[in-house]
Design a binder for this molecule. Sequence first.
Ligand SMILES: Nc1ncnc2c1ncn2[C@@H]1O[C@H](COP(=O)(O)OP(=O)(O)OP(=O)(O)O)[C@@H](O)[C@H]1O
Length: 538
Amino acid sequence: MHVYGLAHVAAAGAAADTGNQSNGAEPAACRAIICTHGRQSKWSDYDLHPMLLHRLPSLRFLHPTHVQTLALDRMLDGQPTALTAETGSGKTLAYLVPLLHRLLSLPSPPPTAPSSTMGKQLPKAIVLVPNHLLIRQTAGTLALLAGNAAHVLTHPSDINNQSPPASPHAPLPSVLITTPAALTNHLHTSLPAFMSESGIQTLVLDEADLLLSGSYLAPTQAILRAVPRRAPNRPLLVLAAATLPPARSSKWPLALAQRAIPDLAVIRSSGSHAAPSTLDERFEYLTSTDDAHESGGTGGRGEALSARADKVLDILTDEQNDLRAAIVFTNLAKDVDPLAHYLRQRIDKEAGAWAQVYPMTSLPADSRDQLFTALRRQRNDMKPAVLVATDALARGIDLPSVNLVVHHTFPTDAVAYLHRVGRTARLGKPGVSVALVGAKDVALARGLELGSMGIEPSQDRILDPWPSSTRVTLVTIAVLYLTQVILAPPVQAAQVWQPEAIQSKAIAGVSGARAGAVAWNQRGAVVAGGKLGKARRV
Ligand SMILES: Nc1ncnc2c1ncn2[C@@H]1O[C@H](COP(=O)(O)OP(=O)(O)OP(=O)(O)O)[C@@H](O)[C@H]1O
Protein backbone atom coordinates (compact mmCIF):
# COMPACT_ATOMS: atom_id res chain seq x y z
CA MET A 1 0.00 0.00 0.00
CA HIS A 2 1.30 3.48 -0.79
CA VAL A 3 0.42 6.32 1.53
CA TYR A 4 1.78 9.27 -0.32
CA GLY A 5 -1.16 11.61 -0.93
CA LEU A 6 -1.72 14.12 -3.64
CA ALA A 7 1.38 16.19 -2.98
CA HIS A 8 3.59 13.18 -3.61
CA VAL A 9 1.91 12.14 -6.82
CA ALA A 10 1.88 15.69 -8.23
CA ALA A 11 5.44 15.25 -9.50
CA ALA A 12 4.46 12.12 -11.36
CA GLY A 13 1.58 14.09 -12.82
CA ALA A 14 3.85 16.72 -14.27
CA ALA A 15 5.61 13.94 -16.12
CA ALA A 16 2.38 12.28 -17.17
CA ASP A 17 1.02 15.53 -18.57
CA THR A 18 3.70 15.40 -21.20
CA GLY A 19 2.71 11.84 -22.02
CA ASN A 20 1.42 12.63 -25.46
CA GLN A 21 4.52 14.53 -26.48
CA SER A 22 7.13 12.78 -28.50
CA ASN A 23 10.17 13.41 -26.34
CA GLY A 24 13.10 11.09 -25.92
CA ALA A 25 12.81 9.96 -22.29
CA GLU A 26 9.31 8.68 -21.80
CA PRO A 27 7.77 9.01 -18.33
CA ALA A 28 6.40 5.84 -16.77
CA ALA A 29 2.80 6.90 -17.34
CA CYS A 30 3.56 7.50 -21.00
CA ARG A 31 4.97 4.01 -21.31
CA ALA A 32 1.83 2.57 -19.73
CA ILE A 33 -0.80 4.50 -21.59
CA ILE A 34 0.40 6.29 -24.65
CA CYS A 35 3.31 4.53 -26.25
CA THR A 36 3.73 1.14 -27.79
CA HIS A 37 6.98 -0.77 -28.13
CA GLY A 38 9.07 2.31 -27.49
CA ARG A 39 7.56 4.09 -30.47
CA GLN A 40 4.57 6.36 -30.50
CA SER A 41 2.21 5.61 -33.29
CA LYS A 42 0.84 8.55 -35.21
CA TRP A 43 -2.62 9.25 -36.55
CA SER A 44 -1.02 9.43 -39.98
CA ASP A 45 -0.02 5.77 -39.63
CA TYR A 46 -3.68 5.04 -40.31
CA ASP A 47 -5.58 5.60 -43.47
CA LEU A 48 -7.92 8.12 -41.83
CA HIS A 49 -10.19 10.65 -43.48
CA PRO A 50 -8.22 13.92 -44.01
CA MET A 51 -10.66 15.85 -41.85
CA LEU A 52 -9.79 13.61 -38.89
CA LEU A 53 -6.07 13.79 -39.58
CA HIS A 54 -6.38 17.55 -39.37
CA ARG A 55 -8.85 17.75 -36.51
CA LEU A 56 -7.43 15.26 -33.99
CA PRO A 57 -4.14 17.10 -33.37
CA SER A 58 -5.89 20.46 -33.41
CA LEU A 59 -8.00 19.22 -30.46
CA ARG A 60 -4.76 18.25 -28.70
CA PHE A 61 -5.20 14.54 -29.32
CA LEU A 62 -1.65 14.56 -30.63
CA HIS A 63 -1.13 10.79 -30.87
CA PRO A 64 -3.34 7.73 -30.52
CA THR A 65 -3.23 6.22 -27.03
CA HIS A 66 -2.09 2.64 -26.55
CA VAL A 67 -5.60 1.16 -26.64
CA GLN A 68 -6.46 3.23 -29.69
CA THR A 69 -3.39 1.80 -31.39
CA LEU A 70 -4.46 -1.70 -30.43
CA ALA A 71 -7.93 -1.38 -31.90
CA LEU A 72 -7.84 1.10 -34.76
CA ASP A 73 -6.69 -1.14 -37.62
CA ARG A 74 -9.32 -3.76 -36.92
CA MET A 75 -12.14 -1.29 -36.51
CA LEU A 76 -11.18 0.71 -39.59
CA ASP A 77 -11.29 -2.60 -41.41
CA GLY A 78 -14.91 -2.99 -40.30
CA GLN A 79 -14.26 -6.10 -38.19
CA PRO A 80 -16.40 -6.62 -35.09
CA THR A 81 -14.36 -5.87 -32.01
CA ALA A 82 -14.74 -6.02 -28.24
CA LEU A 83 -12.22 -3.63 -26.70
CA THR A 84 -11.49 -3.97 -23.01
CA ALA A 85 -8.91 -1.74 -21.38
CA GLU A 86 -8.31 0.09 -18.13
CA THR A 87 -10.41 3.10 -17.14
CA GLY A 88 -9.33 6.41 -18.63
CA SER A 89 -7.29 4.87 -21.42
CA GLY A 90 -9.18 6.47 -24.31
CA LYS A 91 -11.73 3.83 -25.33
CA THR A 92 -14.26 6.47 -26.36
CA LEU A 93 -12.02 7.95 -29.03
CA ALA A 94 -10.94 4.42 -29.98
CA TYR A 95 -14.44 3.82 -31.33
CA LEU A 96 -15.44 7.40 -32.27
CA VAL A 97 -12.52 7.81 -34.67
CA PRO A 98 -13.41 4.77 -36.84
CA LEU A 99 -17.10 5.65 -36.52
CA LEU A 100 -16.47 9.14 -37.91
CA HIS A 101 -14.01 7.90 -40.51
CA ARG A 102 -16.66 5.56 -41.90
CA LEU A 103 -19.28 8.28 -41.77
CA LEU A 104 -17.11 10.82 -43.57
CA SER A 105 -16.05 8.28 -46.17
CA LEU A 106 -19.65 7.65 -47.23
CA PRO A 107 -20.35 8.54 -50.84
CA SER A 108 -22.53 11.70 -50.86
CA PRO A 109 -26.17 10.89 -51.62
CA PRO A 110 -27.58 12.39 -54.82
CA PRO A 111 -29.29 15.72 -53.95
CA THR A 112 -32.79 14.53 -54.72
CA ALA A 113 -32.56 11.03 -53.29
CA PRO A 114 -34.70 10.45 -50.20
CA SER A 115 -32.43 9.23 -47.42
CA SER A 116 -34.87 6.48 -46.53
CA THR A 117 -38.29 5.12 -47.32
CA MET A 118 -39.45 6.78 -44.13
CA GLY A 119 -38.44 10.12 -45.66
CA LYS A 120 -36.20 11.04 -42.75
CA GLN A 121 -32.50 11.58 -42.44
CA LEU A 122 -31.84 8.36 -40.53
CA PRO A 123 -28.72 7.98 -38.40
CA LYS A 124 -25.80 6.20 -39.97
CA ALA A 125 -24.28 5.21 -36.65
CA ILE A 126 -25.61 4.39 -33.20
CA VAL A 127 -23.78 4.51 -29.88
CA LEU A 128 -25.55 2.81 -26.99
CA VAL A 129 -24.64 3.85 -23.44
CA PRO A 130 -26.29 3.06 -20.10
CA ASN A 131 -27.48 6.46 -18.93
CA HIS A 132 -28.20 10.09 -19.62
CA LEU A 133 -24.92 11.32 -18.14
CA LEU A 134 -22.96 9.24 -20.63
CA ILE A 135 -25.23 10.24 -23.51
CA ARG A 136 -24.36 13.88 -22.85
CA GLN A 137 -20.67 13.22 -22.35
CA THR A 138 -20.25 11.07 -25.46
CA ALA A 139 -22.35 13.45 -27.54
CA GLY A 140 -20.09 16.31 -26.41
CA THR A 141 -16.94 14.44 -27.45
CA LEU A 142 -18.42 13.44 -30.78
CA ALA A 143 -19.66 16.98 -31.52
CA LEU A 144 -16.18 18.32 -30.75
CA LEU A 145 -14.54 15.80 -33.03
CA ALA A 146 -17.07 15.99 -35.85
CA GLY A 147 -17.32 19.78 -35.95
CA ASN A 148 -19.94 20.61 -38.54
CA ALA A 149 -19.45 17.36 -40.44
CA ALA A 150 -22.21 15.41 -38.67
CA HIS A 151 -25.38 15.82 -36.62
CA VAL A 152 -25.38 14.36 -33.15
CA LEU A 153 -28.80 13.14 -31.97
CA THR A 154 -29.32 12.25 -28.32
CA HIS A 155 -32.77 10.67 -28.41
CA PRO A 156 -34.52 8.56 -31.07
CA SER A 157 -37.32 11.16 -31.25
CA ASP A 158 -34.68 13.64 -32.55
CA ILE A 159 -34.72 11.67 -35.81
CA ASN A 160 -38.16 13.12 -36.59
CA ASN A 161 -37.34 16.55 -35.20
CA GLN A 162 -34.21 17.27 -37.22
CA SER A 163 -34.28 20.61 -38.96
CA PRO A 164 -34.00 20.35 -42.74
CA PRO A 165 -30.40 20.40 -44.00
CA ALA A 166 -29.04 23.86 -44.76
CA SER A 167 -28.14 22.70 -48.23
CA PRO A 168 -29.99 19.90 -50.03
CA HIS A 169 -26.67 19.17 -51.77
CA ALA A 170 -24.92 18.24 -48.58
CA PRO A 171 -27.26 16.70 -46.01
CA LEU A 172 -25.20 15.90 -42.96
CA PRO A 173 -24.99 12.31 -41.78
CA SER A 174 -26.21 11.84 -38.24
CA VAL A 175 -25.16 9.74 -35.26
CA LEU A 176 -27.61 8.68 -32.58
CA ILE A 177 -26.31 8.35 -29.02
CA THR A 178 -28.91 6.84 -26.74
CA THR A 179 -29.74 4.07 -24.27
CA PRO A 180 -30.92 0.64 -25.47
CA ALA A 181 -34.29 1.10 -23.74
CA ALA A 182 -34.92 4.52 -25.29
CA LEU A 183 -34.27 3.08 -28.76
CA THR A 184 -36.45 -0.02 -28.38
CA ASN A 185 -39.26 1.85 -26.60
CA HIS A 186 -39.34 4.46 -29.33
CA LEU A 187 -39.26 2.08 -32.27
CA HIS A 188 -41.19 -0.91 -30.90
CA THR A 189 -41.92 -3.29 -33.74
CA SER A 190 -40.32 -1.09 -36.39
CA LEU A 191 -36.84 -1.71 -34.92
CA PRO A 192 -35.81 -4.34 -37.55
CA ALA A 193 -37.07 -2.13 -40.40
CA PHE A 194 -35.23 0.83 -38.93
CA MET A 195 -31.97 -1.08 -38.63
CA SER A 196 -32.09 -2.34 -42.18
CA GLU A 197 -33.46 0.84 -43.83
CA SER A 198 -31.19 3.37 -42.20
CA GLY A 199 -28.04 1.64 -43.43
CA ILE A 200 -26.37 1.82 -40.02
CA GLN A 201 -22.62 1.63 -40.59
CA THR A 202 -21.45 1.43 -37.01
CA LEU A 203 -23.11 0.18 -33.83
CA VAL A 204 -21.28 0.67 -30.54
CA LEU A 205 -22.11 -0.74 -27.12
CA ASP A 206 -20.20 1.35 -24.59
CA GLU A 207 -20.00 -0.07 -21.05
CA ALA A 208 -20.87 -3.29 -22.89
CA ASP A 209 -20.73 -5.58 -19.83
CA LEU A 210 -23.45 -3.48 -18.21
CA LEU A 211 -25.56 -3.28 -21.36
CA LEU A 212 -25.44 -7.07 -21.65
CA SER A 213 -26.70 -7.70 -18.14
CA GLY A 214 -29.61 -6.99 -15.81
CA SER A 215 -32.42 -4.80 -17.06
CA TYR A 216 -30.32 -3.54 -19.99
CA LEU A 217 -30.03 -7.00 -21.49
CA ALA A 218 -33.46 -7.40 -23.15
CA PRO A 219 -33.40 -4.13 -25.14
CA THR A 220 -29.73 -4.59 -26.05
CA GLN A 221 -30.39 -8.10 -27.33
CA ALA A 222 -33.41 -6.89 -29.30
CA ILE A 223 -31.17 -4.33 -31.02
CA LEU A 224 -28.42 -6.89 -31.72
CA ARG A 225 -31.02 -9.27 -33.19
CA ALA A 226 -32.22 -6.52 -35.54
CA VAL A 227 -28.74 -5.79 -36.92
CA PRO A 228 -28.33 -6.93 -40.55
CA ARG A 229 -26.05 -9.98 -40.50
CA ARG A 230 -24.66 -10.05 -44.02
CA ALA A 231 -22.25 -7.83 -45.92
CA PRO A 232 -22.53 -5.23 -47.33
CA ASN A 233 -25.27 -4.08 -44.94
CA ARG A 234 -23.70 -5.41 -41.79
CA PRO A 235 -22.38 -2.53 -39.63
CA LEU A 236 -19.11 -2.36 -37.77
CA LEU A 237 -19.95 -3.65 -34.29
CA VAL A 238 -17.91 -2.42 -31.35
CA LEU A 239 -18.13 -3.34 -27.69
CA ALA A 240 -16.15 -1.19 -25.27
CA ALA A 241 -15.73 -1.82 -21.55
CA ALA A 242 -13.24 -1.48 -18.72
CA THR A 243 -14.56 -4.74 -17.24
CA LEU A 244 -15.53 -7.54 -19.59
CA PRO A 245 -15.22 -11.10 -18.28
CA PRO A 246 -14.46 -13.86 -20.75
CA ALA A 247 -17.27 -16.09 -21.96
CA ARG A 248 -17.17 -18.79 -19.28
CA SER A 249 -20.88 -19.49 -19.48
CA SER A 250 -23.49 -18.94 -22.14
CA LYS A 251 -25.17 -16.25 -20.05
CA TRP A 252 -22.13 -14.07 -19.53
CA PRO A 253 -22.06 -10.75 -21.39
CA LEU A 254 -19.32 -11.70 -23.81
CA ALA A 255 -20.95 -15.04 -24.66
CA LEU A 256 -24.24 -13.28 -25.31
CA ALA A 257 -22.50 -10.85 -27.63
CA GLN A 258 -20.59 -13.61 -29.41
CA ARG A 259 -23.80 -15.50 -30.03
CA ALA A 260 -25.16 -12.42 -31.82
CA ILE A 261 -21.82 -11.62 -33.48
CA PRO A 262 -19.96 -14.93 -34.04
CA ASP A 263 -16.77 -13.35 -35.42
CA LEU A 264 -16.43 -10.85 -32.57
CA ALA A 265 -12.76 -10.65 -31.56
CA VAL A 266 -11.67 -9.48 -28.13
CA ILE A 267 -8.82 -7.00 -27.75
CA ARG A 268 -7.61 -6.75 -24.16
CA SER A 269 -4.98 -4.28 -23.04
CA SER A 270 -2.42 -5.65 -20.60
CA GLY A 271 -3.66 -3.26 -17.92
CA SER A 272 -7.29 -4.24 -18.19
CA HIS A 273 -9.13 -5.38 -15.07
CA ALA A 274 -6.69 -3.53 -12.85
CA ALA A 275 -6.70 -0.13 -11.19
CA PRO A 276 -4.73 2.51 -13.13
CA SER A 277 -1.00 2.22 -12.52
CA THR A 278 -0.80 5.91 -11.54
CA LEU A 279 -3.36 5.49 -8.76
CA ASP A 280 -2.26 5.78 -5.14
CA GLU A 281 -4.68 3.53 -3.22
CA ARG A 282 -5.29 3.72 0.50
CA PHE A 283 -7.56 1.68 2.75
CA GLU A 284 -8.51 3.04 6.17
CA TYR A 285 -9.77 0.26 8.41
CA LEU A 286 -12.37 1.59 10.82
CA THR A 287 -12.39 0.52 14.43
CA SER A 288 -15.64 -0.60 16.00
CA THR A 289 -15.90 2.79 17.76
CA ASP A 290 -15.49 4.59 14.44
CA ASP A 291 -18.19 2.48 12.95
CA ALA A 292 -20.82 2.00 15.62
CA HIS A 293 -23.54 0.92 13.23
CA GLU A 294 -21.47 -1.69 11.45
CA SER A 295 -20.25 -3.20 14.67
CA GLY A 296 -23.72 -3.47 16.15
CA GLY A 297 -23.30 -0.51 18.50
CA THR A 298 -26.29 1.36 19.80
CA GLY A 299 -25.69 4.57 17.86
CA GLY A 300 -27.40 3.31 14.73
CA ARG A 301 -27.11 4.50 11.17
CA GLY A 302 -26.96 8.26 11.77
CA GLU A 303 -24.07 7.94 14.19
CA ALA A 304 -22.19 5.60 11.88
CA LEU A 305 -22.70 7.92 8.93
CA SER A 306 -21.50 10.98 10.75
CA ALA A 307 -18.48 9.15 12.20
CA ARG A 308 -17.57 8.21 8.64
CA ALA A 309 -18.38 11.74 7.44
CA ASP A 310 -15.81 13.07 9.90
CA LYS A 311 -13.26 10.69 8.45
CA VAL A 312 -14.13 11.87 4.93
CA LEU A 313 -13.69 15.46 6.08
CA ASP A 314 -10.27 14.62 7.54
CA ILE A 315 -9.21 13.06 4.25
CA LEU A 316 -10.39 16.06 2.23
CA THR A 317 -8.77 18.48 4.68
CA ASP A 318 -5.46 16.61 4.55
CA GLU A 319 -5.43 16.95 0.78
CA GLN A 320 -6.90 20.46 0.51
CA ASN A 321 -3.72 22.14 -0.74
CA ASP A 322 -3.42 19.88 -3.77
CA LEU A 323 -7.08 19.08 -4.29
CA ARG A 324 -8.66 20.07 -7.59
CA ALA A 325 -11.81 17.98 -7.45
CA ALA A 326 -12.91 14.98 -5.43
CA ILE A 327 -15.70 12.47 -5.78
CA VAL A 328 -17.00 11.06 -2.51
CA PHE A 329 -18.86 7.81 -3.25
CA THR A 330 -21.52 6.47 -0.96
CA ASN A 331 -23.61 3.35 -1.61
CA LEU A 332 -27.13 4.64 -1.04
CA ALA A 333 -28.82 7.55 -2.82
CA LYS A 334 -30.56 8.54 0.42
CA ASP A 335 -27.19 9.20 2.08
CA VAL A 336 -25.96 11.63 -0.58
CA ASP A 337 -27.81 14.74 0.56
CA PRO A 338 -27.17 14.36 4.32
CA LEU A 339 -23.50 13.62 3.71
CA ALA A 340 -23.07 16.57 1.33
CA HIS A 341 -24.94 18.82 3.75
CA TYR A 342 -22.70 17.77 6.63
CA LEU A 343 -19.49 18.26 4.66
CA ARG A 344 -20.64 21.61 3.34
CA GLN A 345 -21.53 22.87 6.81
CA ARG A 346 -18.20 21.85 8.23
CA ILE A 347 -16.13 23.18 5.32
CA ASP A 348 -18.03 26.47 5.26
CA LYS A 349 -17.13 27.03 8.92
CA GLU A 350 -13.44 26.59 8.20
CA ALA A 351 -11.21 29.50 7.23
CA GLY A 352 -11.74 30.42 3.61
CA ALA A 353 -14.49 27.81 3.09
CA TRP A 354 -11.91 26.11 0.91
CA ALA A 355 -14.14 23.79 -1.15
CA GLN A 356 -17.56 23.76 -2.79
CA VAL A 357 -19.67 20.67 -2.05
CA TYR A 358 -22.21 19.32 -4.58
CA PRO A 359 -24.82 16.62 -3.82
CA MET A 360 -25.05 14.94 -7.22
CA THR A 361 -28.42 13.21 -6.74
CA SER A 362 -30.29 16.46 -6.10
CA LEU A 363 -28.27 18.81 -8.30
CA PRO A 364 -30.49 20.10 -11.16
CA ALA A 365 -29.38 18.84 -14.59
CA ASP A 366 -28.41 22.35 -15.77
CA SER A 367 -26.20 22.99 -12.75
CA ARG A 368 -24.64 19.56 -13.15
CA ASP A 369 -23.82 20.25 -16.79
CA GLN A 370 -22.29 23.62 -15.87
CA LEU A 371 -20.24 21.99 -13.13
CA PHE A 372 -18.97 19.26 -15.46
CA THR A 373 -18.06 21.83 -18.10
CA ALA A 374 -16.13 23.85 -15.53
CA LEU A 375 -14.35 20.73 -14.24
CA ARG A 376 -13.41 19.72 -17.79
CA ARG A 377 -11.92 23.16 -18.46
CA GLN A 378 -9.83 22.73 -15.31
CA ARG A 379 -9.91 26.44 -14.49
CA ASN A 380 -7.35 27.35 -11.86
CA ASP A 381 -9.51 30.04 -10.26
CA MET A 382 -12.16 27.49 -9.17
CA LYS A 383 -12.47 26.37 -5.59
CA PRO A 384 -11.86 22.64 -5.28
CA ALA A 385 -15.11 20.81 -5.95
CA VAL A 386 -16.32 17.93 -3.80
CA LEU A 387 -18.94 15.85 -5.62
CA VAL A 388 -20.94 13.54 -3.36
CA ALA A 389 -22.41 10.75 -5.46
CA THR A 390 -23.58 7.17 -5.74
CA ASP A 391 -22.20 4.69 -8.24
CA ALA A 392 -24.30 6.46 -10.87
CA LEU A 393 -21.15 8.56 -11.30
CA ALA A 394 -18.80 5.58 -11.18
CA ARG A 395 -18.87 4.45 -14.81
CA GLY A 396 -17.43 6.26 -17.76
CA ILE A 397 -17.58 9.81 -16.40
CA ASP A 398 -14.51 11.70 -17.55
CA LEU A 399 -13.62 14.72 -15.38
CA PRO A 400 -9.86 15.09 -15.73
CA SER A 401 -9.55 17.44 -12.76
CA VAL A 402 -10.73 14.79 -10.30
CA ASN A 403 -7.58 13.88 -8.41
CA LEU A 404 -9.15 12.29 -5.34
CA VAL A 405 -11.78 9.57 -4.89
CA VAL A 406 -13.08 8.85 -1.40
CA HIS A 407 -15.23 5.81 -0.60
CA HIS A 408 -17.48 6.92 2.28
CA THR A 409 -18.99 3.46 2.16
CA PHE A 410 -17.12 0.58 0.58
CA PRO A 411 -18.20 -0.60 -2.89
CA THR A 412 -20.14 -3.84 -3.05
CA ASP A 413 -17.69 -5.68 -5.30
CA ALA A 414 -14.38 -5.38 -7.07
CA VAL A 415 -15.98 -4.30 -10.34
CA ALA A 416 -17.68 -1.33 -8.68
CA TYR A 417 -14.37 -0.51 -6.95
CA LEU A 418 -12.52 -0.55 -10.27
CA HIS A 419 -14.98 1.82 -11.92
CA ARG A 420 -15.05 4.17 -8.91
CA VAL A 421 -11.29 4.53 -8.62
CA GLY A 422 -11.12 4.91 -12.40
CA ARG A 423 -12.71 8.36 -12.09
CA THR A 424 -9.24 9.58 -11.20
CA ALA A 425 -5.72 8.71 -12.39
CA ARG A 426 -6.97 8.85 -15.98
CA LEU A 427 -4.73 8.65 -18.99
CA GLY A 428 -1.53 8.39 -17.00
CA LYS A 429 -2.32 11.27 -14.66
CA PRO A 430 -1.88 10.84 -10.91
CA GLY A 431 -4.78 10.30 -8.54
CA VAL A 432 -5.51 9.11 -5.03
CA SER A 433 -8.24 6.81 -3.74
CA VAL A 434 -9.00 6.51 -0.04
CA ALA A 435 -11.52 3.92 1.12
CA LEU A 436 -13.13 3.68 4.53
CA VAL A 437 -13.37 0.00 5.36
CA GLY A 438 -16.00 -1.25 7.80
CA ALA A 439 -16.01 -4.68 9.43
CA LYS A 440 -18.10 -6.28 6.69
CA ASP A 441 -15.83 -4.94 3.94
CA VAL A 442 -12.54 -6.23 5.34
CA ALA A 443 -12.29 -9.34 3.15
CA LEU A 444 -12.81 -7.48 -0.10
CA ALA A 445 -10.60 -4.58 0.97
CA ARG A 446 -7.76 -6.87 2.04
CA GLY A 447 -7.89 -8.61 -1.30
CA LEU A 448 -7.84 -5.35 -3.19
CA GLU A 449 -5.05 -4.11 -0.99
CA LEU A 450 -2.98 -7.19 -1.65
CA GLY A 451 -3.24 -6.36 -5.32
CA SER A 452 -2.14 -2.79 -4.79
CA MET A 453 0.80 -3.85 -2.64
CA GLY A 454 2.46 -5.12 -5.76
CA ILE A 455 2.55 -8.81 -4.78
CA GLU A 456 1.63 -9.38 -8.41
CA PRO A 457 3.25 -7.58 -11.35
CA SER A 458 1.19 -4.56 -12.27
CA GLN A 459 -0.39 -5.95 -15.44
CA ASP A 460 -1.27 -9.19 -13.67
CA ARG A 461 -2.72 -7.56 -10.60
CA ILE A 462 -4.88 -9.62 -8.35
CA LEU A 463 -7.90 -7.85 -9.80
CA ASP A 464 -7.28 -9.84 -12.96
CA PRO A 465 -9.94 -12.53 -12.73
CA TRP A 466 -8.15 -14.95 -14.99
CA PRO A 467 -4.59 -15.32 -13.75
CA SER A 468 -2.42 -18.28 -14.66
CA SER A 469 -2.89 -21.46 -12.66
CA THR A 470 0.31 -20.85 -10.71
CA ARG A 471 -0.78 -17.42 -9.65
CA VAL A 472 -4.22 -18.74 -8.81
CA THR A 473 -2.71 -21.33 -6.51
CA LEU A 474 -0.32 -18.94 -4.77
CA VAL A 475 -2.88 -16.20 -4.39
CA THR A 476 -5.54 -18.61 -3.19
CA ILE A 477 -3.26 -20.12 -0.55
CA ALA A 478 -2.15 -16.69 0.65
CA VAL A 479 -5.64 -15.30 0.71
CA LEU A 480 -7.19 -18.34 2.37
CA TYR A 481 -4.51 -18.23 5.01
CA LEU A 482 -4.93 -14.52 5.60
CA THR A 483 -8.69 -14.47 5.65
CA GLN A 484 -9.67 -17.85 7.05
CA VAL A 485 -6.90 -18.24 9.60
CA ILE A 486 -5.87 -14.75 10.61
CA LEU A 487 -8.80 -12.45 9.95
CA ALA A 488 -12.04 -14.34 9.75
CA PRO A 489 -13.98 -15.67 12.70
CA PRO A 490 -13.97 -19.48 12.73
CA VAL A 491 -16.25 -21.00 10.10
CA GLN A 492 -17.29 -24.59 9.58
CA ALA A 493 -15.25 -26.46 7.03
CA ALA A 494 -18.43 -27.41 5.21
CA GLN A 495 -19.22 -23.74 4.69
CA VAL A 496 -15.84 -23.11 3.17
CA TRP A 497 -15.69 -26.03 0.80
CA GLN A 498 -19.31 -26.16 -0.25
CA PRO A 499 -20.15 -22.60 -1.18
CA GLU A 500 -23.84 -22.19 -1.90
CA ALA A 501 -23.77 -19.44 -4.46
CA ILE A 502 -20.70 -20.43 -6.42
CA GLN A 503 -21.35 -23.18 -8.87
CA SER A 504 -17.94 -23.77 -10.31
CA LYS A 505 -15.08 -25.06 -8.20
CA ALA A 506 -12.66 -23.35 -10.49
CA ILE A 507 -14.22 -20.00 -9.73
CA ALA A 508 -14.40 -20.81 -6.06
CA GLY A 509 -10.69 -21.54 -6.30
CA VAL A 510 -10.01 -18.08 -7.67
CA SER A 511 -12.00 -16.87 -4.67
CA GLY A 512 -13.21 -13.55 -5.96
CA ALA A 513 -14.79 -13.14 -2.57
CA ARG A 514 -11.52 -13.26 -0.75
CA ALA A 515 -8.89 -12.21 -3.21
CA GLY A 516 -10.59 -9.05 -4.34
CA ALA A 517 -10.55 -10.58 -7.78
CA VAL A 518 -13.43 -9.91 -10.07
CA ALA A 519 -15.15 -13.27 -10.21
CA TRP A 520 -18.33 -14.23 -11.97
CA ASN A 521 -20.38 -17.25 -11.00
CA GLN A 522 -22.04 -19.52 -13.53
CA ARG A 523 -25.11 -17.35 -13.73
CA GLY A 524 -22.99 -14.40 -14.73
CA ALA A 525 -23.47 -12.59 -11.42
CA VAL A 526 -20.47 -10.88 -9.92
CA VAL A 527 -19.23 -12.67 -6.85
CA ALA A 528 -16.99 -10.69 -4.57
CA GLY A 529 -16.77 -9.96 -0.89
CA GLY A 530 -18.29 -11.85 1.99
CA LYS A 531 -17.22 -15.24 3.23
CA LEU A 532 -16.11 -17.85 0.78
CA GLY A 533 -18.90 -20.15 1.92
CA LYS A 534 -21.54 -17.47 1.48
CA ALA A 535 -20.35 -15.54 -1.55
CA ARG A 536 -22.82 -12.81 -2.18
CA ARG A 537 -24.68 -12.46 -5.41
CA VAL A 538 -24.53 -8.76 -6.30
N1 LIG B 1 -5.26 10.27 -28.20
C1 LIG B 1 -5.51 10.99 -27.13
N2 LIG B 1 -4.66 12.00 -26.77
C2 LIG B 1 -4.88 12.74 -25.65
N3 LIG B 1 -5.96 12.56 -24.84
C3 LIG B 1 -6.83 11.57 -25.16
C4 LIG B 1 -6.65 10.75 -26.31
N4 LIG B 1 -7.68 9.87 -26.36
C5 LIG B 1 -8.47 10.13 -25.29
N5 LIG B 1 -7.97 11.15 -24.58
C6 LIG B 1 -8.52 11.69 -23.31
O1 LIG B 1 -8.38 10.68 -22.32
C7 LIG B 1 -9.39 10.80 -21.35
C8 LIG B 1 -9.98 9.42 -21.07
O2 LIG B 1 -10.62 8.93 -22.22
P1 LIG B 1 -11.97 8.08 -22.16
O3 LIG B 1 -13.01 8.83 -21.40
O4 LIG B 1 -12.28 7.67 -23.53
O5 LIG B 1 -11.51 6.84 -21.29
P2 LIG B 1 -12.18 5.39 -21.19
O6 LIG B 1 -11.12 4.41 -21.50
O7 LIG B 1 -13.44 5.34 -21.97
O8 LIG B 1 -12.48 5.36 -19.62
P3 LIG B 1 -13.68 4.62 -18.80
O9 LIG B 1 -13.37 3.16 -18.84
O10 LIG B 1 -13.57 5.22 -17.46
O11 LIG B 1 -14.95 4.96 -19.50
C9 LIG B 1 -10.40 11.79 -21.92
O12 LIG B 1 -10.26 13.02 -21.25
C10 LIG B 1 -10.01 11.93 -23.38
O13 LIG B 1 -10.29 13.22 -23.89
